[in-house]
Design a protein around this ligand. Structure first.
Ligand SMILES: Cc1cc2nc3c(=O)[nH]c(=O)nc-3n(C[C@H](O)[C@H](O)[C@H](O)COP(=O)(O)OP(=O)(O)OC[C@H]3O[C@@H](n4cnc5c(N)ncnc54)[C@H](O)[C@@H]3O)c2cc1C
Length: 405
């Protein structure tokens, strides 16, 4: 790993202790970006790994959370700097489906594609002032104001649900859509992962940071204290922000999610090939399915296929409750749901709800002198976005600190 010498920071500042709380991707990239600027005393205080984890099973790689990263320039740079090999989705990854009229129909469900394909949105350019979400406007209010047509709204909302979860009536249009209105260098070449899964990427980051002198501290909740000297960056989920912080983020809503990966025989596969399928509201609480072995080679052995079903976490808390999912699969697609293996994971409070309440909380953050917040609840959803924003965020911290001196 190399230091980036293009930013000049005084030698004294480089000795300032950096205390990062959380060792998920947010904490790791924050540490890395301080390291790149030449900081010498970087500490990560953590209660264990973040949500990105993979299992290396006899059936192939099984992801326990994220299955890919949406690539952008920062992601590419990071992977090159760490010399990590990555792989793109196969060409099937472009084929995305929604379950509509009792069958899976093809839909260009990348968010931007969905957005651009709504006719009334094409007419109203994204640059138009009218399109910009207003403060505290929900997605429902925004889409009524801009898109209009019922069909467009419906399709648009299914696409959004796939990213932000349940109820578009509660979601904040500013938090969910504002990135579309930002000037960004758009260099996404698609979604990527790694031969040994997403978890292997995290392990490389952890190892390289350790070798570079970043100190990892395994802390028990009660021992977490504000390090008065230096900079503290909180990269934990909002609901577990350490107790020394005066802000109260415990009320920020999270929704839970469960995922289960099934290994089926090839002949029992779903009747379509591609990325996967999203489902509109259903009483079984099934949100979507990802066809892992269509996307990457090593996700199942020859003659088998691997699918990951994404489920509402408040309904499915353990693998013994999965009967309705298996019935859903065979009823909707008229295929046998017999499987050779299944791997289940329940994530309690997995995703922040990008709600109006969150928008308000972010606006009301009480600025404490040397404490900063970074994570998927501070307005950056997705791993690609967290990696993209991290260098800017670290520079903002340094600017803020030097203004105070
Ligand atoms: C099932 C699932 C599928 C997903 N799929 C994708 C995908 O395909 N692509 C994508 O881009 N994104 C995906 N995401 C989202 C993405 O994985 C997350 O947004 C991202 O990994 C969050 O990283 P983080 O570091 O902010 O938080 P986390 O990974 O949650 O890490 C939080 C860290 O904080 C630590 N911690 C908690 N409390 C404390 C405390 N009090 N003191 C110190 N440390 C503490 C934890 O131990 C952990 O190290 C998915 C998420 C889930 C759950």
């Amino acid at each position: 790993m190399k230091h980036n010498t293009s930013v000049s920071i005084s030698k004294n500042s480089l000795r300032l202790p950096i205390h990062i709380y959380g060792s998920g991707i947010s904490g790791l990239v924050t540490a890395y970006n301080f390291y790149k600027l030449g900081f010498l005393d970087i500490n990560i205080h953590t209660r264990g790994r973040g949500v990105i984890q993979s299992l290396l099973t006899e059936d192939g790689v099984v992801e326990l959370a994220a299955n890919s990263i949406l690539q952008n320039t920062e992601v590419t740079n990071l992977l090159n700097e760490f010399e990590i090999e990555y792989e793109y989705y196969s060409s099937l990854g472009k084929k995305k489906y929604i379950f509509f009229g009792e069958k899976a129909v093809r839909w260009p469900l990348s968010f931007l594609e969905t957005f651009k394909s709504v006719p009334s949105l094409i007419k109203l350019s994204l640059k138009s002032q009218k399109m910009r979400p207003k403060e505290f406007e929900t997605i429902d209010e925004w889409s009524k104001r801009t898109i209009g047509s019922l069909l467009s709204e419906r399709l648009f909302k299914i696409g959004l649900k796939g990213i932000y979860g349940p109820n578009t009536g509660d979601l904040s249009a500013s938090l969910c859509l504002s990135s579309l209105f930002e000037k960004r260098e758009e260099a996404s070449k698609g979604s990527i992962s790694f031969k040994k899964g997403m978890g292997s990427f995290i392990k490389v980051l952890e190892n390289e940071l350790s070798l570079s002198g970043v100190k990892f501290h395994n802390i028990d909740k009660d021992e977490v204290q504000n390090q008065k000297n230096g900079i503290s960056v909180i990269c934990t989920p909002a609901h577990s922000v350490p107790s020394f912080i005066k802000n109260d983020f415990s009320k920020i809503d999270y929704h839970s999610i469960s995922i289960v990966t099934y290994i089926h025989k090839e002949e029992d596969r779903l009747p379509f090939k591609g990325f996967g399928c999203l489902f509109d509201d259903n009483e079984e609480g099934v949100l979507g399915v990802i066809l892992n072995s269509d996307l990457f080679d090593n996700r199942a052995l020859k003659g088998s296929i691997s699918e990951t079903w994404i489920l509402k976490g408040d309904i499915y808390k353990d693998e013994y409750s999965l009967g309705p999912v298996e019935k859903f699969r065979s009823d909707k697609f008229k295929v046998s749901s017999s499987y050779s293996q299944r791997y289940f994971k329940h994530w309690d409070k997995a995703f922040p709800v990008y709600s109006i309440a969150l928008e308000r909380s972010l606006k009301d953050i009480k600025k404490e002198s040397n404490i900063y917040f970074f994570g998927n609840w501070t307005g950056r959803i997705g791993i690609g976005r967290l990696i993209e924003e991290s260098p800017k965020f670290v520079r903002e911290i340094l600017r803020d600190m030097s203004n105070k001196r």
